[in-house]
Write a protein that binds this ligand. Structure first.
Ligand code: TRP
Length: 333
């Protein structure tokens, strides 16, 4: 039996942070042995809202690859590949654009929210509006059936499956398998400022490469309960970022429950829960930081990993593209 295929990726717009770790990296680590896994450095998708910033997108190809390797993605088990060097993905993107309407693209909740938050107004880059079709190309080019992503990506997987169904019905045969999004049970990690989403652009993230000092400062500044003025006051757990982080990172969940009860009753200060969280995060990130620094000083190795992975991915995606063109009954030379 061949293993089920996983494809996920990240836009190469900045180093990854704890939100990525909880949202998808942890799942990807867990799947390395049980699945055939591909990780896409999505530099082309990064350009859909960064066409004026190609230097930044190029620079972050290595940064994201370093994050993958530093958290324990093993290139012997997981294939790391570069999107812009996989021509079959671009070809499939063009093909899929004929199987989706502009109205449907505009209705995609993820796209709608991103258009709003980026303030595009009427000036939406065409590539941006169409990136759900390109993401469908990413996923199907590998025939992936499992896609571990953050919660916000679920509508993109739904749209991928709509395109897959249209392709299959046009081909009158099950050419492509549908894909299933795997989202973390706890939902998304909030920003340290209490905003719903941690993001680098929002300035409310803790990156995987944060220094001990940066971690410390970030935890000290975390949003808790503004009404919790004195230690004896009852405090709110809901919306309290420190507890959201303890839920995500503390392995002693029974103790976290006790702390929540104590905090709600009153008598537990912010400093106590912040100290606990800081210790946990320092412990989690210290080995990642160390490994990342070692890898960063060996850039040639990282480039070799990406090159080898891209070569393998090129073969896989090229075959799928041919199968799809053939299955659809396109002209063949
Ligand atoms: N859209 C994803 C993000 O913004 C990145 C991505 C690109 C991706 N291609 C993908 C995710 C394919 C899953 C599958 O993080």
């Amino acid at each position: 039996m061949s293993k089920p295929v996983i494809l996920t990726g990240d836009r190469t717009t900045g180093p990854l942070h704890l939100g990525h770790y909880i949202g998808s990296l942890k799942n990807r680590l867990a799947y390395q042995d049980t699945h055939e896994q591909f990780l896409l450095l999505a530099d082309l998708q990064a350009l859909t809202d960064n066409a004026d910033n190609i230097d930044m997108v190029r620079h972050n190809v290595i940064e994201v690859a370093l994050d993958y390797l530093a958290v324990g993605i093993d290139p012997a088990k997981t294939t790391i590949c570069l999107q812009s060097h996989l021509p079959a993905i671009a070809e499939l993107s063009m093909l899929y654009l004929n199987f989706v309407t502009v109205a449907r693209l505009e209705r995609n909740p993820t796209i709608k929210e991103e258009i709003r938050s980026r303030g595009f107004g009427r000036n939406i880059p065409a590539g941006f509006l169409c990136y759900p079709a390109a993401q469908a190309a990413d996923i199907t080019a590998f025939r992936a059936t499992v896609v571990p992503v953050g919660e916000d990506q679920a509508p993109l997987i739904e749209q991928t499956n709509e395109i897959i169904r249209r392709i299959n019905s046009s081909a009158k045969q099950p050419l492509l398998p549908e894909a299933k999004a795997i989202v973390p049970r706890m939902g998304r990690l909030p920003g340290i400022d209490g905003q719903a989403k941690m993001s680098k652009s929002g300035g409310n993230s803790i990156s995987l490469s944060a220094t001990p000092d940066q971690i410390s400062v970030a935890v000290r500044s975390m949003f808790t309960d503004p009404g919790h003025l004195r230690v004896d006051d009852p405090g709110k757990v809901e919306g309290n970022v420190v507890f959201a982080f303890l839920d995500a990172f503390d392995t002693e969940q029974n103790e976290v429950e006790d702390l929540k009860n104590h905090y709600s009753r009153g008598g537990l200060g912010d400093a106590v829960i912040k100290n606990r969280l800081e210790q946990i995060l320092q412990g989690l990130l210290a080995p990642i930081r160390k490994r990342r620094a070692e890898l960063a000083s060996n850039r040639d190795y990282v480039i070799e990993v990406i090159k080898a992975g891209t070569l393998k991915a090129k073969a896989v995606t090229g075959r799928t593209k041919q199968d799809i063109q053939k299955g659809l009954g396109m002209f063949r030379l």
